[in-house]
Design a protein around this ligand. Structure first.
Ligand code: ZN
Length: 428
């Protein structure tokens, strides 16, 4: 379906906003100027490395009305002028920050506990004296705390930016170099962990993964996050229904995933979701947000150990604080990122001319075949399978429009959503 057509892309400007459209959408009345996609695919002996590059001639077009609007982002574009944004400054290496954070946590506990014991050991007239001193200087203390909060606020707002594609405002404190350093270590660990389990490119399932991946990458060459990466596939011979993509372009697919997907379309939906995490730079965002929260909570940790009357209560309160943060901040944030990856992944799949209806079928099938994992979404880092199926189902009409405007072949008349949940077929 992509052959002979996916090799062309066009960029245009609508109302000052750049859009990327597929070759088939170019209205005949417009003066278009396209250059052929320069496609390079590199291989090595062990792993297939997919690197696709392209050069697209940019040209400014006059105002265009419908039907372009159907391809426009459905996400609101916020005016970032209201925020003070700045480039990522050279921050200390991430490992140094991690060591400092651990040290600060231990220090908070020790100093909080020491303060409590010192306070308890004070004779009554001394504790009354310090109590009066605090009351006399309460506004100075409040001002000091407000100053610290203000500095945190300034730091936070100085590191706000918009996500690509969805235009969501987010906090991002990690720069590309820091993320690359972290991911390099993580990637090495995974490669070591899966040593001896990685199947060769000649394996039939590898060919399936490679074919589906190529299709997704070729259909989304307008995204520089996809175009400017070297993608490497690792098919891991492990019975795990999972796949993940690291920000450095290393795609890990476990053979167990073929027990969860019924066809290549569904595999494409899964991979599109994982690739969208990379496109949206979710790794850096999640690390930034979680670490920022952890640093703020060091103050709370110190207060818990200083104020509560004994160690037992302080331990319980620390555990409770961690759970609350997990449930009210971290898990909802993870679910937000997952939902966003589902939405963008569906667009990526649509642009690759996949049958986007299979996204809903896949998650309904997952819910049907893995009822045990249908846990309460509130207690999970991911939305429930059924929630994902429903949300994707709501987005399918729009994804079909994207598909149409990309000139994809019509979808099969037989709608997979109307068929009983099929048993996974690929590799079995
Ligand atoms: Zn995900």
């Amino acid at each position: 379906m992509l052959r002979g057509r996916g090799l062309f892309l066009l960029r245009t400007f609508v109302g000052g906003k750049e859009l990327t459209l597929c070759r088939k959408n170019v209205p005949t009345g417009l003066n278009t100027h396209l250059s052929k996609l320069d496609r390079n695919v590199h291989f090595n002996s062990n792993q297939q490395i997919l690197h696709i590059s392209q050069k697209v001639q940019l040209k400014r077009f006059p105002q265009v009305q419908q039907p372009w609007l159907a391809v426009k982002r459905t996400f609101p574009e916020k005016n970032l002028k209201e925020f003070h944004t700045s480039g990522r400054r050279d921050a200390p290496p991430f490992l140094v920050l991690m060591i400092f954070k651990s040290f600060a946590k231990v220090s908070a506990v020790i100093s909080g506990r020491a303060f409590r014991q010192w306070w308890k050991s004070l004779p009554k007239h001394k504790s009354q004296y310090f109590g009066n001193y605090v009351r006399r200087n309460i506004w100075k203390i409040v001002a000091g705390v407000a100053g610290v909060c203000g500095l945190c606020g300034v730091f936070y707002s100085a590191h706000l930016e918009q996500t690509p594609i969805t235009n969501r405002t987010r906090f991002l404190a990690l720069n590309n170099k820091q993320l690359a350093d972290i991911i390099e270590v993580e990637c090495e660990q995974h490669l070591k962990e899966f040593e001896g389990l990685i199947l060769p490119p000649s394996h039939p399932l590898y060919e399936v993964v490679s074919r589906v991946t190529m299709r997704l990458l070729k259909g989304n060459q307008d995204l520089h996050q996809i175009r400017d990466r070297t993608w490497t596939i690792h098919l891991v011979n492990k019975d795990v229904k999972n796949a993940f993509v690291l920000p450095n372009g290393h795609i890990f697919v476990f053979t167990g995933i073929f027990k969860a997907v019924s066809n290549e379309q569904q595999l494409g939906i899964v991979l599109a979701h994982e690739i969208s995490h990379v496109v949206l730079n979710h790794s850096a965002e999640q690390i930034s947000f979680f670490e920022f929260i952890d640093f703020l909570l060091i103050i709370v940790l110190g207060a818990i150990w200083a104020i509560l009357p004994n160690d037992g209560l302080a331990i319980v309160a620390t555990w409770f604080k961690n759970k609350v943060v997990e449930l009210l901040l971290k898990m909802p944030y993870s679910r937000l990122l997952e939902t966003e990856a589902d939405e963008v992944g569906l667009q990526i799949a649509a642009k690759a001319c996949l049958d986007v209806r299979e996204s809903q079928v896949f998650w309904e099938s997952m819910s049907h075949n893995s009822p045990d994992t249908e846990e309460v979404a509130f207690l999970s880092t991911h939305p429930s399978h059924l929630q994902r199926a429903k949300h994707l189902g709501d987005l399918i009409p729009q994804a079909i429009r994207v598909r149409e405007y990309c000139g994809c072949a019509p979808l099969p008349i037989r709608d997979p959503r109307n068929v009983d949940i099929a048993k996974p077929a690929i590799g079995g």
